[in-house]
Structure formats: C-alpha cells, structure tokens
Design a protein around this ligand. Sequence first.
Ligand SMILES: Nc1ncnc2c1ncn2[C@@H]1O[C@H](COP(=O)(O)OP(=O)(O)O)[C@@H](O)[C@H]1O
Ligand SMILES: [Mg+2]
Length: 242
Amino acid sequence: MIELRDVKKRLGSRQILDGMTLSVPKGMNFVLMGPSGSGKSVTLKHVIGILRPDAGSVQVDGQEVPTMDRTQLMALRRRMGYLFQNGALINWLSVEDNVALPLREHSKLGRGEIRDRVHEVLKMVQMDHAAAQSPPSISGGMKLRTGLARALVTKPEYVLYDEPNAGLDPIISQQIHELIVEVRDSLGVTGLIVTHSRACAVHCGDRIGILDHGKLGLEGTVDEMVHSEHPLARAFLGGGSD
Ligand SMILES: Nc1ncnc2c1ncn2[C@@H]1O[C@H](COP(=O)(O)OP(=O)(O)O)[C@@H](O)[C@H]1O
Ligand SMILES: [Mg+2]
C-alpha cells in the first residue's frame, strides 16, 4: 500500500502540495488527474524518495520513505518500477540494453539470466522483435512499451506511470491501456497512474483522484467519478474531455 498523509511541499516560491492525502491499496490502479503543473509528477517523486516532503508522511507498506537511507531507498526502488513521460530511454543504447539497465544496476544476476529476463519482459510488451533497435529509430508507442518493459524488468510490486499515453494517438494509447491493465491483472502489480486522459483513467483505473490546489479535491471509484456532477469530475471526466 502507498500512503501519503497531509503532505506539504514548497518548490521555489510555490506551495505545490498542500495537505495531499492519498492511499493506493495493493492490487489496484489509482489514477491521479489534475491540471498541468499541479504537482502530479512531484507526487510520484515523493513516493520513490526523489523528493522529500516539508511536512506529512509518505509510506510504502508502512515504511516511511523520507527517512530511508541510501540502502533502503535502493531496496524500495527495486520493488517499484517507474514509467517516465515518453519512456525516457537512453538514445545510444539498444532497446534491449535500456531494459537491462535496472538489472545491471540493482541485481546480482549474471549475463545470461539478465538476457533471459529482458527477453521475457520484451515479449510481454510485444517488443522482442525490436530488441536490437535504438530509441531514435522506433515510434512513440514502441518507446513507451520499452519504458514499460524497463519498469517491469525487476518484477516490481508497484509501478508508477507518469502520463503513459502523452503524445500517442488513440489506437496506440489503447494498446498501452490494455498493457497497464494486464500488468495489474496478470502480474498483480499495484499502480499509481498520472494522466490527463479520460480514456486512460476509465480503462485503467480502479479509483480516480483529482489534484486541486495541492490536495485531492475529489476521489472515488471510476464509476462514481464518471457519474459525479462535481465540477472537477466534469472537467476531467466529462463527455467533452479526452
Ligand atoms: N525540482 C523543482 N524545483 C522547482 N520547481 C519544481 C521542481 N519540480 C517541479 N517544480 C514545479 O512544481 C510544479 C508542479 O510540477 P509537476 O508535478 O511536474 O506538475 P504536473 O502536475 O504537470 O506533473 C510546476 O510548477 C513545476 O514547475
Ligand atoms: Mg508531470
């Protein structure tokens, strides 16, 4: 379980998080929506300990993240995959080597074991045919699938998805949504998904929360949120929104 309680965070002159409280139960996909610049990525960075709160608590399975030392943070990050916006691949490494990176950094597996694991996870995201290609030569959807493979290669219990379909067309987005659902249902991964997209939220989510002025302004099941008359729900999940 991921749990933020009353988190406050100031960056520069702005109070970005101001009483942010959110919990993601095991096995669920929690979707976090909100305007651009409202602190969604900042929230994810607190969960993996890249940022520390000024006040409040950030816990993963009851362990306080901000007070973890380096070793504990490394252990946490082995259990937590992070899918960055646009995949964030390294251009001069092949698809295969990008996916192998977390294992080379965080595991003691031998070369052969790493290769096997990398191909297993590339197969899951249907990228095994493109293992030798380099990121500049593949499409946006393929980059994202590679990023997802890299997030999954350590067999994490949690995956944090930052705008998994930004810049992708609806058909490719739909494939990514299906993968995210498969990751939850087949691998039992707990997900925290940041997105602007109504389609992503409705397809992938179990619960949806909307960030407003530094805290969750509204939260509920997908069904509750889609049918809610609350202005925040209408703005992000109404018929006219994507
Ligand atoms: N390391 C940082 N230093 C200063 N300001 C930051 C930093 N990271 C993010 N911000 C600011 O915090 C706000 C929220 O950022 P972010 O969480 O990335 O927004 P989004 O909801 O679009 O993901 C933005 O105004 C951004 O400029
Ligand atoms: Mg962001």
